[in-house]
Design a protein around this ligand. Sequence first.
Ligand SMILES: NC(=O)c1ccc[n+]([C@@H]2O[C@H](COP(=O)([O-])OP(=O)(O)OC[C@H]3O[C@@H](n4cnc5c(N)ncnc54)[C@H](OP(=O)(O)O)[C@@H]3O)[C@@H](O)[C@H]2O)c1
Length: 274
Amino acid sequence: MIVVSAASGAFGRLVIDRLLERCPAGQVTVAVRDPAKAADLAARGVTVRTGDYDAPKTLRTAFEGAGRLLLISSPELDPARRTAQHRAAVDAARDVGAGSIIYTSFLGVGTEAGGVTAAHHATERHLAASGLPHTVLRHPFYSEAFLNPGLRDAIASGELADGTGGHGINTALRRDLAEAAARVLTEDGHLGRAYDFTGGLWTYEDLADALSRLSGRPVVRRARTDRAPGAQGWLEDQVRSGALEQQTDDLPRVLGRPATALDEAVAAVLAPPP
Ligand SMILES: NC(=O)c1ccc[n+]([C@@H]2O[C@H](COP(=O)([O-])OP(=O)(O)OC[C@H]3O[C@@H](n4cnc5c(N)ncnc54)[C@H](OP(=O)(O)O)[C@@H]3O)[C@@H](O)[C@H]2O)c1
């Protein structure tokens, strides 16, 4: 049996979609904080159990019988609390004899521990010490943080404001990362591996070109010198530092195809909702 924790979130739902293409619903269980949010998954034949990272007892029940557990990282921002949540999940999996854990980590944390990624580093170390067979899926920033319907404004104005300093960006779409997770959960040969997943490198120059091609209207990149507010400013700081210019081929190797191209990703974002 495959168990997926935090499956009611955006990434978890995409994993379940891909898993149900690869194995019968009867082999899939989700562990979610609020089962009511997974009623649609239950309707598709998936077993829904309560599994709250803040309530270790629920995790032991939720992970019972797991041959493979996909531990999707918690969205908690406080590193100490997030680490405690992940440790509780790993310990619960070990206590109930789960066959293996596949953990969604973050790019670069194998060697570094600091700031928002500290919990990922601590979790990788705890996982290694647990003795459980495991696979680490290190995610880059999700492309959706940059590619969103707000790009329609750039098409309308003909200008794409760029606060990244023209640096390369190695994001990947949730849907590609979800397909990779589903493959790792259902194929042999992934245990003991740590994958550094990235999409192909792209820049805001590339994005302006893609917007021009897809809209048939000229869109030019305009370098922005002011700092964007909040999370966007923080994200752009990461890009400007050059930290997102590392590219690996782990994602295409696990997918057995190239990661989704920028044009296709942007076209999906610009498509009217169904
Ligand atoms: N690489 C990136 O750029 C990036 C960006 C954002 C997040 N992340 C990480 O990737 C994970 C998945 O991303 P996402 O987009 O799917 O996030 P999301 O849509 O916010 O989903 C988060 C999931 O975590 C669940 N959750 C929250 N607190 C929990 C708890 N105490 N116990 C059990 N489950 C809990 C939520 O359950 P409810 O439905 O009950 O709220 C939800 O299912 C995030 O949790 C975060 O660790 C990565």
